[in-house]
Design a protein around this ligand. Structure first.
Ligand SMILES: [Zn+2]
Length: 144
């Protein structure tokens, strides 16, 4: 008995995962790694200015925010504990410093994280990127 592939369309070699995620982290198009991925801060461009690849097929939704919250907790809490061990900072100052630090880190991390999620979805042909396969261009895109 021969093993049947799950789908004949899964060609991961044409869309390598690691370069796509790294391009997204840098805010670049996952296809050509040159054109800008974002038109505005968190608004991806409809298509790449460099290669014309459609970039509006992502469904990142809240996933980048969940990743940022998870990472932020793992970065900020140990720093808070270490700083409190090393210095005697008044509680009033801490109630200002830590929320501001959390806000600045979240703003700094959200765009690269969203870019990485879009790169992941592009590389794995998820959601709207599934219709980019040549043999599926005429078919209706898969929707939930
Ligand atoms: Zn491109």
């Amino acid at each position: 008995m021969t093993e049947q592939p799950l789908s004949h369309n899964h060609d991961d070699t044409t869309r390598p995962l690691r370069p796509a995620i790294l391009s997204g982290l840098r805010g670049k198009c996952p296809a050509c790694e040159k054109g800008p991925l974002f038109a505005r801060f968190l608004k991806p461009a409809k298509s790449c200015a460099g290669c014309g690849e459609a970039l509006d097929g992502h469904e990142a939704d809240d996933f980048p925010a969940y990743i940022v919250i998870l990472l932020l907790g793992h970065i900020l809490v140990p720093v808070m504990i270490e700083v409190n061990h090393a210095f005697d900072i008044p509680l009033l100052w801490q109630s200002i410093i830590w929320p501001v630090m959390a806000l600045l880190l979240a703003v700094a991390m959200i765009q690269p994280t969203k870019g990485a999620v879009i790169g992941l979805q592009w590389a794995r042909r998820m959601h709207g990127f599934a219709a980019a396969l040549p043999e599926e261009k005429d078919a209706a895109p898969l929707r939930r």
